[in-house]
Design a binder for this molecule. Structure first.
Ligand SMILES: Cc1cc2nc3c(=O)[nH]c(=O)nc-3n(C[C@H](O)[C@H](O)[C@H](O)COP(=O)(O)OP(=O)(O)OC[C@H]3O[C@@H](n4cnc5c(N)ncnc54)[C@H](O)[C@@H]3O)c2cc1C
Length: 506
């Protein structure tokens, strides 16, 4: 039987849902309503895109290309615009027979008539609906901020459009930005700061709470990061103080921002990265249940309280790996949620085994990965460190319930002998590590390793703990993984990716 499948939003949850639907259903129509004018793209490398055109990085790329004439320029030296379109642009929609409506935001949902009304008044019918419209930047209601936004002097940093606006301001010789103030120290604020530093601006970051990157750090790890951002990143980082008011010069240009009890901090550009709000307003007036101050509630099939409506991605509130229903606004959860929703829209009853709160950010070349929660019940805290690595793990009965890992294990510190692997496999692993270190943000794979430990609820032995205490979290945690299934070890990248979550129906 053919159905009308309608999807609101066009992020990773949508792309995955499209692929899942087409895996089993070639005949139903799929229509996607997208507020933005672009096909699916990833915002994750927006900082790398933002500094791609800066004179400093153009110079760095030229240097690199001269030194390595036969190799591809590493991602860390900038991502061109086309590099953001991770599904390959419009061809993806043609191949999957999708009617993609760009610049067509949904305005309301009518679950009785089974239609979505777009802002332009057009109505779209559906048999099955997926809401995957993500979140929108929250503009803190302090005096002057909305005026600065409307004058093009304050920007968000969430979409390609936002990054384009920032770059346009940086490129404009008449505006000649020199000093920026970034509100909020989450991953988006940090990444925007890197773009601005890449363009040579003085950057001050203002964070209301006491820790930088507050969702991922505790006091100790925050202190390490803050120092790194100041010394290595060359920024000023203010914590425990909020932006209170935006002040303008008589000619309408920015004078600065009043911050806590520090007074006016001068700037000519503001980045607002103080938070996101899920677009759950789309469910107003419907029977689709939304948690108070939370997301659209979904079951393990990503189905909402209306049996023909599904939700996935940043606006959904789903079950995590320990069974709590919560929002985890991260890429892997959007991918898995979208895929599961897609399968269920075709009638395949696939379940989500639980999302994981684990993220990784490269902060001025210093990788930090964090997952689980230090607030989860734990009976042991394991701290490991050496010259290059700092790691804290929270354990309950020897099982990891939370972690933060900062830094990179150098190859010479790795205890690969502990694996007792054949020579060719050892070589393969060393090469893989070397590649990830040189190209993709060294050390971030620590996140994947711990992620798997969290998901698998793998018990750590005393030997593994000793390795981790020495700061060799890579060997220690690989050892733990290795204990799970030695033969699968060399296929680790597949296993720690979303495919390892066994969401494909068999
Ligand atoms: C700068 C940045 C860096 C990030 N880095 C990481 C990272 O390193 N790791 C990680 O795990 N996560 C990262 N994230 C988060 C990750 O990108 C999100 O979790 C993920 O994109 C959420 O996917 P989604 O499918 O819910 O929708 P989104 O990607 O949020 O997309 C929502 C879509 O809905 C559309 N839309 C909104 N309203 C409407 C409407 N009314 N009608 C129609 N369409 C609408 C939007 O235009 C957009 O296409 C980052 C996010 C940003 C902004």
């Amino acid at each position: 039987m053919t159905s009308k499948m309608l999807i609101i939003g066009n992020g990773p949850a949508t792309a995955e849902a499209i692929e899942a639907i087409r895996k089993f259903d070639d005949d139903s129509t799929i229509t996607v309503l997208n507020k933005e004018p672009w096909p699916a793209y990833s915002p994750c490398p927006l900082a790398l895109y933002g500094w791609n055109e800066s004179p400093q990085y153009q110079e760095a790329r030229k240097d690199w290309a001269e030194k390595h004439p036969d190799e591809r320029v590493p991602q860390m030296l900038g991502v061109p615009r086309e590099g953001l379109f991770w599904k390959g642009g419009m061809e993806f929609y043609t191949r999957h027979k999708v009617d993609l409506r760009l610049s067509t935001p949904a305005k309301s949902i009518d679950t009785e008539r089974k239609v979505v009304v777009a802002e332009n008044g057009e109505e779209f019918e559906w048999d099955k609906l997926l809401i995957a419209a993500g979140a929108t930047t929250f503009w803190v209601p302090i005096p002057g901020l909305a005026d600065a936004r409307d004058a093009g002097l304050a920007h968000a940093f969430k979409t390609i459009g936002d990054a384009d606006e920032v770059v346009a301001q940086l490129r404009d010789p008449d505006r000649a930005s020199k000093k920026a103030l970034v509100m909020g120290s989450g991953p988006i604020g940090i990444e925007a700061s890197e773009t601005l530093r890449g363009w040579g601006l003085d950057v001050t970051m203002v964070e209301l709470v006491d820790n930088v990157l507050p969702v991922m750090t505790d006091d100790d790890s925050s202190a390490i990061l803050k120092k790194h951002m100041e010394t290595h990143g060359g920024m000023r980082v203010i914590t425990g103080q909020g932006a209170k008011e935006v002040v303008f010069n008589d000619d309408g240009s920015l004078k600065g921002v009043v911050v806590g009890d520090l007074g006016l901090i001068e700037c000519d550009l503001i980045i607002n990265s103080a938070g996101q709000r899920p677009n759950t307003w789309l469910c107003d007036g419907t029977d689709i249940e939304v948690a108070e101050r939370g997301g659209i509630l979904v079951d393990r099939n990503m189905r909402t309280s209306n049996p023909d409506v599904f939700a996935a991605g940043d606006l959904s509130q789903f079950f995590d790996v320990v069974g709590l229903q919560r929002m985890i606004p991260l890429w892997p959860n959007a991918v898995v949620g979208g895929r599961i929703a897609g399968f269920n829209m075709t009638g395949k009853p696939v379940v989500n085994k639980g999302g994981i709160d684990a993220n990784a950010v490269n902060v001025f070349e210093l990788p930090i990965a964090a997952g689980g929660s230090p607030k989860a019940e734990h009976d042991e805290t394991l701290i490991g460190r050496n010259a290059n690595v700092w790691v804290k793990m929270y354990l309950l009965k020897n099982i990891v319930v939370g972690f933060t890992a900062i830094g990179t294990v150098r190859e010479e510190e790795m205890n690969l002998d502990a694996y007792n692997l054949p020579e060719d496999q050892l070589e393969e692993i060393k090469n893989a590590f070397a590649r990830s270190r040189d190209r993709e943000g060294a050390g971030l794979e620590g996140n994947g390793i711990f992620y798997t430990l969290l998901r698998r609820k793998q018990e750590l032995t005393e030997e593994m703990k000793d390795l981790i205490r020495l700061g060799d979290f890579r060997t220690g945690s690989f050892r733990a993984l290795f204990a799970i299934d030695q033969h699968d070890f060399v296929r680790l990248p597949e296993r720690i990716g979303v495919r390892g979550q066994e969401v494909y129906p068999r």
